[in-house]
Design a protein around this ligand. Structure first.
Ligand SMILES: NC(=O)N[C@@H](CC(=O)O)C(=O)O
Ligand SMILES: [Zn+2]
Ligand SMILES: [Zn+2]
Length: 431
């Protein structure tokens, strides 16, 4: 048994005692102190907010193939320390997760590590090449029980392939997640096509390359009766397209990354490739529009797009650097900074966009559940009063490419529990 004493669920109302037994919430006692200490752990949670464990629909764990930058073990540690109890691992590994063997490896390794539920995402097309559909059914039926398919890193650009993928997904009851980037509009692109890139002489990645694919895919999903998920929405225009599509009943969901909520292309001036990411950092009016769209529900959730890279692939000249940023350990703090502090979301809203909606979108029955008796004890305890300073070298990831280096951020993850077991506490994992 574990007793969580004095936490405030969703930051609302009076502190409660949460009794955890056999992986579940056994009891919630409203008058704290009434539950007697029994055998087991007691977590002093006075001053802490309890939220359902966070769920990340978009993580790059780099195993197999780039275990020098992240492994399922180190990525799971970063996730648990960041308050996550489930993550979805993207398919752009080497070999690509486009078959049952690779997705089953990721699934099994995640279980062995045991810090967070690791759900592999399968590739939509063989080798992420965009030419032939991968064996979606075989991956869905494998032990890994793949629920989400994505060619992330690459766009499923061919409209006929995308149509077929959506049609199959409907039959298999799985979700296609699109990295929306028209490749013909982003040949050689290095940064958001706008004033900052023009001044610095960086080839532009226009907003239209994202928005045109999102509009197309919303139409395909609508016409063929399928469900679509849009990865890392980065522009105000994409939010407008989503608002329109949702208003006409399209089954579309969307995510925004913490970095697109906080950072903009003012950052390019240093030419520091830590700021290089795909889709690129946009303008400050985009970040404003994305925050509003997330608050409004037009964008459903926050996903990290945690993308570790080795120093030799990142600490080099801008054009040679790989795009991507770490995100798992900083996501909650960035959401507090960009959404909670300005009053755009309350803690209930944080639970919605970082846990409940992602769990619903992915169809996870045991994550993103209410904090109530009889529910699985997947929880995160957050200290809203404390701040911390980001130090890339101290993060659990093998890579250190955080764009938040040296920044003081609000909100500290105190404890993460996965099915009642403490996976992270006071900045350390508990395997
Ligand atoms: N986001 C990125 O900039 N990079 C991702 C790929 C992706 O999410 O498109 C990666 O795998 O490194
Ligand atoms: Zn992507
Ligand atoms: Zn990604």
């Amino acid at each position: 048994m574990t007793l969580i004493r004095g936490a405030v669920p969703y930051g609302e109302g009076d502190p409660v005692d949460i009794v955890v037994e056999d992986g579940q919430i056994a009891e919630i006692a409203t008058a704290t102190g009434n539950v007697r200490d029994r055998a087991g752990d007691v977590i002093d949670a006075h001053g802490l907010i309890a939220l359902p464990g966070l769920v990340d629909l978009h993580t790059h764990l780099r195993e197999p193939g780039r275990e020098d930058t992240e492994t399922i073990e180190t990525g799971s540690a970063a996730a648990a320390l960041g308050g996550y109890t489930a993550v979805f691992a993207m398919a752009n590994t080497d070999p690509v997760a486009d078959n049952p063997v690779v997705v089953e490896h990721v699934w099994r390794r995640g279980r062995e590590v045991g810090l967070v539920d690791v759900h592999p995402i399968g590739a939509v097309t063989v080798g992420l090449k965009g030419e032939r559909l991968a064996e979606l059914g075989a991956m869905a039926r494998s032990a890994a029980n793949v629920r989400i398919f994505s060619d992330d890193g690459m766009c499923v650009a061919d409209p006929l392939i995308m149509r077929r993928a959506l049609e199959y997904s409907r039959g298999l009851d799985v979700l296609i997640a699109q990295h929306a980037e028209d490749p013909r509009l982003t040949v050689g692109a290095q940064a958001h096509e706008g004033e900052a890139a023009a001044r610095l002489g960086l080839a532009g990645w226009p907003a239209a390359a994202e928005e045109s694919i999102v509009a197309r895919d919303c139409l395909l999903a609508g016409h063929f009766g399928a469900q679509l998920h849009v990865c890392h929405v980065s522009t105000a225009g994409t939010a407008d397209v989503l608002r329109w599509a949702k208003a006409r009943g399209t089954q579309v969901s969307a995510e925004v990354t913490p970095h697109h909520l906080l950072l903009d292309d003012d950052r390019l001036a240093t030419y520091d490739p830590v700021n290089k990411v795909n889709p690129p950092l946009r303008t400050s009016s985009d970040t404003k529009a994305l925050r509003a769209a997330l608050a409004e529900g037009v964008i459903d959730c926050v996903a990290t797009d945690h993308a570790p890279h080795a120093p030799q692939d990142k600490d080099c000249e801008w054009s040679a650097a790989r795009p991507g940023m770490l995100g798992l350990q900083t996501a909650l703090s960035i959401v507090i900074q960009t959404m909670v502090r300005p009053g755009l979301l309350d803690w209930r809203g944080v639970a919605r966009v970082m846990s409940e909606r992602p769990a619903e979108i992915a169809g996870l029955p045991d994550q993103g559940r209410p904090i109530a008796a009889g529910e699985p004890a997947n929880l995160v305890l957050v200290d809203p009063a404390r701040t911390w300073v980001v130090n890339g070298a101290e993060l659990a990831s093998l890579a250190g490419n955080t764009p938040y280096e040296g920044m003081e951020l609000p909100g500290v993850v105190h404890t993460t529990l996965l099915r009642g077991r403490v996976t992270a506490q006071d900045g350390r994992t508990r395997p």
